[in-house]
Design a protein around this ligand. Sequence first.
Ligand SMILES: *Cc1c(COP(=O)(O)O)cnc(C)c1O
Length: 390
Amino acid sequence: MTENRLDTILAQAGNRNNHDQYGSVSTPLYFSSNFRHPSLEEVEASDPHSGYSYSRLSTPTRDVLQDTLAKMESGCAAYAVSSGMAAIQLVFSLFKTGDKIITSDDLYGGSFRYFDYLESHYNIQFTKWNGTDYDELQQLVSPDTKAIWLETPSNPTMKIIDIDKVANILHTANPESLVCVDNTFLTPVYQQPLTQGADIVVHSATKYLSGHNDLLGGAVIAKKPQIAEELEFNFNTTGVTLDPFDSWLLLRSLKTLSVRMERHTSNAQKVAACLSNVPCIEKVLYSGQGGMVSFYLYSEDKVRQLLDNLKVVAFAESLGGVESLITLPAKQTHADMTEEARQKLGITSTLLRLSVGLENPDDIIEDIVSALGESLGQENPSPSPYANIN
Ligand SMILES: *Cc1c(COP(=O)(O)O)cnc(C)c1O
């Protein structure tokens, strides 16, 4: 039988699994932290008849979730962990002191904070690449480059990286090097890095995968069994696991991922096109897919005015949920970077990042425009959905 298409994998997440004796269509939620053994013989054979012993190692509801996560990203195995940062930490458990890692230069702020820590405490050596110049990447890579870590589109300035090209450069220099992609922004609905040469995909499941601003979670998906084995050892040993209830909530949320992403995209296209016609907005950055739109205002006064007067969009960190959220990266997600590093990347005090939710797009647009004390400028007769992309 051929593998089902992504929409079907998602909608059917957890249906027909091995863990329900009654044929329940919704996956059962097993809270139990441990599982009874019928005999010592079974323990000696390391083969518990239920398949379970202790839930840090494995537990049915999380297993069903992990099956879905692996399938949706075309991986061989997936690990559901307690946050996006826990997912990143799990991947970095593969590396050793002295290892050389390249990262793209525009990442989630927390990733940089963690990488700085790894550099100062474990002497892991990080080099930044600007994410656009592939000749430069070629020069940065050497046969002892262990991995590259990237996000595309980048956060918050929406630069696009060609994963295929990066994987090709890395694997030519060192076939064992790992191409790791944080796929939080586009999700497998729009981008499946493992089919483009990447070796590991990471998600903050707190964002689009869960989609309802009600849980903290993460996922690591591996392409090859050898990497999966090492990840699994560290997953079990360090205990970064996702608990059963959040596993169940996340599984439930995945069922609607593809429809949510489609609506995030159509809303964001409309919002991006309209905002680019508002006089006090200098520039709009949008990749064309997904719900993340960044924009620059001409003045800092307007930033304050906007954030103080929004009535529909919430001024709150995070992204990817049904409710629209707006953040000021320089003061929030990227506050730990130096001012110089932020300026270099264009993360200025007038750059805002909007996570376009699933409300009626006209309400989102009207909310922003009226909070700015503006009206929509000259209506563009056929607004491009890819408004002013960089
Ligand atoms: C939020 C986020 C993370 C961190 O995830 P948490 O669930 O908050 O730990 C990592 N990468 C990206 C792109 C994110 O947006």
